[in-house]
Design a binder for this molecule. Structure first.
Ligand code: SF4
Ligand code: SF4
Length: 73
């Protein structure tokens, strides 16, 4: 099953974006957002996030199982 990163409780520190080898992380007004189509599930961003806001989850293809930061920057 494909793995993808989901973001919950981001503080907007921006560290994960530069750590991601797949350039899967972007930011908008709601904070960090992982593109599940680009994410390869490597877990690098999990190690990078001091707030433990990123988690690796199983993702069924096409189920839309992605989450966004819930805290505003
Ligand atoms: S997900 Fe974590 S590393 Fe990425 S911006 Fe938010 S707090 Fe920082
Ligand atoms: S798990 Fe890897 S590919 Fe996916 S967002 Fe995190 S660093 Fe990028």
């Amino acid at each position: 099953m494909k793995k993808t990163a989901v973001v919950i409780g981001c503080t907007g520190c921006d560290s994960c974006r530069w750590a991601c080898p797949a350039e899967a992380i972007s930011f908008d007004h709601a904070g960090a957002h992982v593109d599940p189509e680009k994410c390869v599930g490597c877990g690098t961003c999990v190690d990078e996030c001091a707030s433990e806001a990123i988690h690796i989850k199983d993702r069924t293809e096409g189920d839309g199982n992605e989450e966004r930061c819930i805290e505003k920057r």
